[in-house]
Write a protein that binds this ligand. Structure first.
Ligand code: ACM
Ligand code: ZN
Length: 489
């Protein structure tokens, strides 16, 4: 069997072998295999790759690279016909909680290309840092680009990507047929921006860049025109750097403590006949979506940001949160005909230990039948709260990302066969000095032990103020709900 990952969709082995050195013929031609598909023939004429596009030829060459590692001296005669199951195949890297250099990112981009992943989702802004330079708003990185420490550990985390850095990554990705989707997370996960520009918050809050994790109440005000104007200007700069159709605007975990009491937010709710703060988020996001749609771009949002159900315009839902109501929010978007990127927390989140998310579970994920028809593709995110360096990044990412890559591309899933092929893939990881996990399917007790260790440490890094704010929000919303009920009676 060919030891290829992702496994091609049709392989026919033939009698005979092709000795090295050989000719590689690349031919652009009409084909039924689509934009990203390719056909490869190995026979006495050498290796011939045919595809409609340069991208298809590129994927053929990625397959050839793997064949050359399996077969040192001579390649078997064969025919491969291959094309992806899904057209969006993503990996997300959080460069906020910890910072990764351009070179460190490029090393991962090389792996994405080999795995036929075509999207790099770059999480660039959050409570704990702002990592992309803006000319119009320099304080975003001058103030927001650095945090003194994380829950008193005394270790400074800083860094940002200059426009040159961004162009370098975008260009490198282009050479590898990878689209880059920047994520500017709004209205929540916005504390670093508020630390730089307090007027973006509801109450001109003076604060510092977040030094602990969890869900923070420092969110953008949804009732002030100055906030919208700021975001439009900022997005203009972002659009210049990222020439792609999609921009990710987060939308996740927006804790609406301030919105409940902010006169501007409440006035916006009333004037626009919105039911509640969730709908206010939908209103806020719709303004952003319309702005970007007007410039020929489209938006992606995490599914918990779509609970209001009232976002209008061209937007894709990224399904991560699997709670009942958030899942329903994703279903509702699907019913409206919107596409879904599938990133389920309990199966694809790469930041959790193998005891919680073993390789087998990741590989065997079953697409929800209610989303099936609208799935654009799969994406595995790596959040880096507890990922301090590139070695840890690689240990968490591989081999689980390899499993997601196969499920994204290959129409048939076969875990047993995947494991056999993975052994060969590890040779490539070794050659490329990738520090992959050596124990992605730990035994029960070892898995549980690692998980407890992980969560005990993670709990120490949570900002207690965030927990208090969550409780206060719940209480205020309950009060509001009860008094609204009374009024109705
Ligand atoms: C997320 O994990 N907050 C999208
Ligand atoms: Zn407000």
């Amino acid at each position: 069997m060919l030891k290829l990952i992702p496994y091609p969709n049709k392989v026919t082995l033939k009698e005979g072998v092709l000795e090295k050195p050989y000719k590689i013929n690349e031919i652009k031609t009409l084909s039924s295999l689509g934009e990203e598909g390719y056909k490869m023939t190995i026979d006495n004429d050498g290796v011939t790759i045919k595809a409609v596009s340069d991208k298809g030829l590129f994927y053929g060459k990625q397959t050839l690279k793997q064949l050359e590692i399996q077969y040192k001296n001579a390649l078997p005669f064969l025919e491969i016909e291959d094309s992806p199951q899904y057209s969006y195949r993503g990996y997300m890297l959080d460069c906020v909680r910890h910072f990764f250099t351009v070179e460190e990112i490029k090393k991962q981009i090389d792996m994405l290309a080999l795995l036929k992943i075509n999207t790099f989702h770059w999480h660039l802004t959050d409570d704990q840092g702002w990592r992309i330079k803006s000319d119009k708003y320099p304080l975003l990185t001058e103030v927001g680009g650095s945090r003194k420490q994380t829950m008193g550990d005394g270790i400074k985390v800083e860094g940002y990507y200059s426009k040159e850095d961004i162009r370098e990554i975008v260009d490198y990705c282009k050479q590898n047929y990878i689209n880059v989707i920047p994520e500017i997370d709004i209205p929540g996960h916005f504390r670093a921006a508020i630390a730089a520009y307090p007027h973006l918050s509801c109450f001109q809050q003076k604060t510092i860049v977040g030094e602990g994790y969890g869900i923070s109440p420092y969110i953008a005000c949804a009732g002030k025109q100055s906030v919208y104007d700021f975001l439009y200007d900022l997005l203009d700069e972002i659009l210049e750097l990222f020439p792609y159709e999609y921009i990710h605007l987060g939308g996740d975990e927006a804790l609406k403590l301030n919105w409940i009491t902010c006169p501007d937010c409440q006035k916006t709710i009333q004037e626009n006949n919105l039911k509640n703060e969730e709908e206010l988020q939908g209103y806020f996001m719709t303004k952003m979506v319309k702005y970007l749609n007007g410039k020929g771009r489209k938006v992606i949002n995490w599914n918990d940001g779509m609970l209001g159900g009232n976002i209008q315009g061209d937007i894709v839902v990224q399904y991560w949160k699997e709670s009942k109501e958030c899942k329903q929010a994703a279903y509702d978007e699907v019913k409206k005909g919107r596409k879904v990127i599938v990133s389920p927390f309990f199966s694809f989140y790469l930041d959790y230990p193998a005891g919680m998310t073993p390789l087998k579970k990741t590989y065997n994920y079953k697409i929800d039948i209610n989303m099936e028809g609208n799935v654009w593709g799969l994406e595995a995110p790596l959040w880096t709260e507890h990922v301090e360096n590139v070695n840890k990044l690689e240990e968490m990412t591989y081999p689980r990302l390899i499993a997601v890559a196969e499920r994204n591309w290959t129409k048939r899933a076969d875990y047993k066969s995947f494991l056999t092929r993975l052994k060969y893939f590890y040779k490539i990881l070794d050659m490329r000095k990738i520090a992959y996990s050596k124990n992605p399917n730990p035994f029960f007790l070892k898995g549980k032990f690692d998980m407890i260790k992980f969560f005990v440490n993670a709990l120490k890094k949570v900002d207690k103020e965030n927990i208090k704010a969550q409780r206060a929000t719940k209480k205020l919303l309950n009060q509001k709900y009860k008094s609204a009920q009374k009024e109705r009676k």
